[in-house]
Design a binder for this molecule. Structure first.
Ligand code: ATP
Ligand code: MG
Ligand code: MG
Ligand code: MG
Length: 476
């Protein structure tokens, strides 16, 4: 079943059940707490918070999502993409737990020839919050799940809140058993690779007066209107229904891996390290396509920095696979050919999108050409002396003279089994900044010295990256 068909079955099922189909919002919705939309509920937040009245009691959508938090997982787990699509159904004060469980169960276990996804009910496991007896009983009575396949999970995973006072509630996650060849028995609590999380049902039932963390909050009382918010990972379902091993091998993503394999002359599936790089390439190329499509351009901070980092990682992964030529002009159109089926505006806009991406690759190639040899020599010297850490001075020189951002130096060093004296690097950056400041002061009245800002930006690059990630609160 191809990804487009699964997407259609999802929304058809919920439209048949009285939900209004709402198109995906842009990845760049204005939200002070989020860099990118990272869940299907984000565009509906004003309704859940009671700031606006929803124009419908039930809605369904397939929302574009980006989670930078998952960047390091890409290619290593089977299930994390930086870009992915979240299918959701939402109830604004309409049906609650029973309706959500029944509708989800009907779709996943419904026969393929009558619009369902056809999962074997015997392979389904769920988790509930230990105190949520209501959900546990509903899974048992409505879905007929034996209690052995209903596991308890704590607040960290099975309680949802927005990180601020407002609605909150328990959630219940649905898992599919991929089979004994993928890990030990014992349900999702035993193994999250064998038991793949596909769907999260959130039951917004109470008002929180204070939220200190995901698992530490005060409940003020029940909400006047209880809501449902769910998120199903489209790519995860696709990889299961297409009989693949991970989300990078599905119809919408795999053609980029195939093209990368042709270009590099290396086979996918032959070497575990190479395979991770192939997956990173396919994932990041697609995410970049979708981000530029929604209006992001590469830059040194915020969204632009995320895009820059994705593009650079894709290009570098191709190099590590042995392809030194320009890569994006060979890969981006392959991703487009797949993604335009769901997002036709990408094609109309591709001239602009590709120009942005290719220019970034060209600029990065210049940086690499200037600095890679210097880096290799420095790394070689470190190793020769039996050390394992590249000095702060070397990292600073690479940055100052060749424009190597520190995260690139960190990544390249890690590939050679070396650490970097980041502390030393940062104090040199701070010294330079102080010098620039003093310099700017003495030149006061002349024109502005922008090197100060550049210094700050570069010094804070990777820290900013992390800071933005911590802004993200994951929610279904
Ligand atoms: P995981 O525990 O696997 O990281 P999650 O609990 O963080 O997933 P939710 O926040 O519950 O995920 O999001 C709802 C659904 O969206 C998940 O059940 C999953 O199917 C899908 N999903 C979440 N993150 C990703 C991702 N990075 N790539 C692909 N699908 C994802
Ligand atoms: Mg996660
Ligand atoms: Mg989870
Ligand atoms: Mg989850």
């Amino acid at each position: 079943m191809d990804t487009a068909e699964i997407r259609r079955r999802f929304t058809d099922h919920f439209e048949r059940n009285g939900h209004t189909l709402v198109p995906s919002a842009s990845l760049l919705l204005d939200d002070p707490n989020l860099l990118f939309v990272n869940a299907g509920m984000v565009p509906f937040k004003p309704y859940f918070l009671g700031q606006e009245t929803a124009p419908y009691a039930r809605a369904t959508s397939v929302q574009k999502c980006v989670r930078t938090l998952d960047i390091e997982e890409v290619g290593k787990t089977t299930r994390h993409g930086t870009f992915f699509q979240m299918c959701g159904n939402f109830s604004f004060g309409d049906y609650f737990k029973e309706g959500a469980i029944r509708l989800a169960w009907e779709l996943i276990t419904g026969p393929v020839d009558s619009g369902g996804l056809g999962f074997d009910p015997e392979l389904i496991w769920v988790t509930v919050l230990p105190s949520d007896d209501e959900a546990r009983e509903l899974w048992h009575t409505v879905a007929g799940l034996p209690y052995e396949r209903i596991q308890d999970r704590g607040l960290e995973d099975n309680y949802w809140n927005m990180g601020v006072p407002g609605p909150g509630g328990p959630c219940s996650e649905i898992y599919v058993d991929r089979g004994p060849e993928f890990g030990p028995d014992g349900g999702p609590n035993a193994d999250e690779d064998r038991f793949l999380e596909i769907w999260n049902l959130v039951f917004m039932q109470e008002e929180l007066s204070a939220v200190r963390s995901k698992a530490d909050f005060d409940v003020a009382g029940p909400l006047p209107a209880r809501n449902i918010d769910t998120g199903l990972g489209l790519e995860r379902v696709a990889y299961l229904l297409q009989g693949k091993q991970n989300m990078y091998e599905i119809d919408e993503v795999f053609p980029v891996i195939e093209r990368a394999a042709e270009l590099t002359g290396r086979a996918y599936g032959a070497d575990a390290g190479d395979d991770v790089r192939f997956r990173v390439v396919a994932d990041h190329v697609r995410s970049a396509l979708m981000l530029i499509g929604d209006g992001v351009t590469p830059g040194n901070e915020g969204r632009g920095y995320v895009l820059r980092r994705l593009l650079r990682r894709a290009v570098r992964s191709m190099r590590l696979l042995g392809h030194e030529e320009r890569a994006l002009p060979e890969l981006l159109p392959v991703s487009l050919a797949k993604m335009k089926l769901g997002y036709p505006q990408l094609e109309a806009d591709f001239e602009r999108i590709s120009r942005v991406a290719y220019a970034e690759e060209d600029a990065f190639r210049k940086t690499l050409a200037a600095g890679t040899q210097i880096f290799d020599v420095a790394a070689g010297e470190v190793k020769q002396t039996g050390e394992t850490t590249l000095s702060g001075a070397k990292a600073f020189a690479l940055h100052d003279t060749y424009g190597f951002p520190i995260d690139l130096t960190l990544e390249m060093a890690a590939e050679q089994g070396l650490a970097v004296d980041e502390q030393g690097f940062r104090s040199l950056m701070a010294e330079q900044r102080a010098r620039a400041k003093a310099d700017a002061k003495s030149k006061k009245g002349q024109h502005a010295d922008t090197s100060v800002y550049r210094g700050v930006l570069d010094a804070n690059g990777p820290t900013q990256w992390l800071a933005y990630e911590t802004l993200e609160t994951e929610s279904a």
